[in-house]
Design a protein around this ligand. Structure first.
Ligand SMILES: [Zn+2]
Length: 192
């Protein structure tokens, strides 16, 4: 069975980006936990989380969890800052496998198809960067930047539980599609 590592960015003493009392670390954890739950409820897949609570986890430990367990895919979830708007995704800007490129395309497009029109989220594009967790992971890895905490129209969505649920479901569906996860079918006993 495929093993996916979900990595909620920041945590503990590292809030990530902030806007007043709103902290990136809380949004990333909320999205990651809901992504995990949706995947486990609907697909045959194993999941490891780099954190499930508000704790400090070093970048090295996040990568080590994935590398030491032979994960198939590493998905790091973040919230953007800096005054822009919308969604973007990153893969490593050095040498990457064909799967890394293809799985990112599938995941990015799945996310935008669910939140683009229905939530009026701007597509900032498929990007590449020299981020630690993308560079040091031994398997395909992607990092998503889910809207801007310091842009009011984006923050309004991030504080909407329906939006968070949709973003999480979109991550789960994209991961499932990328890895060709088999869907769980209801057992006979659960039919009405
Ligand atoms: Zn971040």
């Amino acid at each position: 069975m495929a093993l996916v590592v979900l990595d909620p960015g920041h945590g503990g003493s590292d809030p990530g980006a902030t806007n007043g009392g709103y902290q990136e670390k809380n949004f990333t954890l909320e999205i990651a936990l809901k992504t995990r739950d949706y995947l486990l409820n609907n697909y045959h897949v194993d999941i490891l989380m780099t954190r499930t609570t508000d704790t400090d986890v070093s970048l090295a430990d996040r990568v080590a969890l994935a590398n030491n367990n032979g994960a198939d895919y590493f998905v790091s979830i973040h919230i953007n800052a800096g005054g822009g708007t919308g969604f973007e995704s990153f893969i490593y800007d050095g040498s990457v496998s064909p799967n890394t490129v293809e799985w990112r395309r599938i995941l990015h497009d799945a996310i935008m198809s669910r939140i683009g029109n229905s939530w009026d989220v701007y597509d900032r594009g498929k990007k590449r960067a020299n981020f630690y967790v993308l560079r040091e992971t031994a398997m395909s890895a992607v990092l998503t930047e889910n809207l801007f905490i310091d842009t009011q129209q984006d923050l309004n969505k991030l504080t909407n539980s329906s939006f968070i649920a949709d973003v999480a479901r979109a991550h789960a569906e994209g991961i499932a599609q990328a890895l060709s996860l088999s869907a769980k079918v209801p057992t006979a006993g659960s039919r009405h």
